[in-house]
Write a protein that binds this ligand. Sequence first.
Ligand SMILES: Cc1cc2nc3c(=O)[nH]c(=O)nc-3n(C[C@H](O)[C@H](O)[C@H](O)COP(=O)(O)OP(=O)(O)OC[C@H]3O[C@@H](n4cnc5c(N)ncnc54)[C@H](O)[C@@H]3O)c2cc1C
Length: 423
Amino acid sequence: MRMLPYWLDTAPPFTGAEPGPAEGGVDVAVIGGGFTGLSAALHLARKGASVALLEAGRVMGAASGRNGGHVNNGTAHDFAGLAASLGLDHARRLYHAFDDAVDTVERLAREEQIACDFRRCGKIKLAAKPAHYEKMARGFDLLHREADAETELVPRERLGAEIGSERFFGGLVFRRSAQMHVGRFGTGLAEAARRQGARIFENTPVLSLKRQAGGHAVATARGTLRARQVLLATGASRLGPFYFRRRLVPLGSFVIVTEPLGAARLAALMPTGRNGTTTRIIGNYFRTTPDGRLVWGGRARFALPSRASDARSGRVLERGLHETFPQLGRVGIDYCWGGIIDATQDRLPRAGEQDGLFYATGYSGHGVQMSVHMGGVMAAVMDGRPEANPFRGLAWKPVPGHFGPPWFMPLAGLYYRLQDRIS
Ligand SMILES: Cc1cc2nc3c(=O)[nH]c(=O)nc-3n(C[C@H](O)[C@H](O)[C@H](O)COP(=O)(O)OP(=O)(O)OC[C@H]3O[C@@H](n4cnc5c(N)ncnc54)[C@H](O)[C@@H]3O)c2cc1C
């Protein structure tokens, strides 16, 4: 078993990184080489800005290369809950921002000719308990009428056409959702940004940011850049103002990938080939790959990733996989890895300007599509169009008692386990 992401192991690496020092002056310094940063660099360079992207490790080395490969529409919250807390119009706007985000990924893959197996496969959200399906069914009319006519409720008696598992009590299909090979997409995005003139520095951690006349001094391990504007595209990292540390919670999530299972076996497990997610808080997300594997992810344990933690989480995930599909028997697990999710308390992203720095973050595990989209949005915002930002004006309160490291994670894990048992 390889303790690294399948996506990075099966994609061509990006080979266009700058060899020299990171010095001189630029219009924009983009910090972070995940999807937010790469997409922003591409969109800014397309507008004619001089751009330096500064990445601490390799591009896509963090969440963007370590996720489940779902490009889903729909918000993390159920639509009825979102409408109850924000009002119908606001909820609809946010919901449609996720539709736009899936469209953005599809458009960029087409425009930049990125061969990443993008496919509108749809997603099915599977009810892990009868009460979860009842809640889905109660909220369905509002969702279908007000936000997404391409959704469909699937009762338990018809679920066999969607999934070869007896564990679920019904489901909700979102037809606009998609999937792709995130490794190939990321390399393609980096190459596209470079073609447009953005300079991409790998192994170049930003050490400090200082405001100065006409912009910022961006000190890196390979020199200091002067930048008129700075975009923080740093995911769950701790760079930037303390403001973010009080509002973003880093959460671990883990993934295993099986050996190739063959088309017939996969079709018996997931006949429609959609992305699957489950309704438990400590639930699972899964999909198939074009080379016949099953990608199976989940929070598994409330722990941050490390080699040992990933291996332990991988064993938890493997048990869940066999409980869901007992007919599979024992299958080989070829890949196992973990990554960090940048979560907000309400699981909605945040973007804007803070202390003179632009930022887009807090995708809360629903960020493959949204990070790509927000890269383009932030290029517009930095060009003087703040109204382009779908998350503009969302209140963002600090998490009580949170000042950096998530000390409360084991307690939260116990609480969520209990919720999963009683809900
Ligand atoms: C295990 C897992 C599964 C997931 N599954 C899905 C899924 O199936 N679908 C979905 O929609 N979303 C999923 N997500 C979430 C999604 O991957 C992220 O929301 C998205 O990739 C965030 O992109 P980003 O560019 O904002 O952040 P990242 O990809 O985390 O990039 C941030 C970059 O900033 C760099 N950086 C940080 N600090 C510095 C510094 N000081 N100097 C220079 N560089 C710095 C980091 O090295 C990193 O490369 C998952 C996430 C994880 C971890």
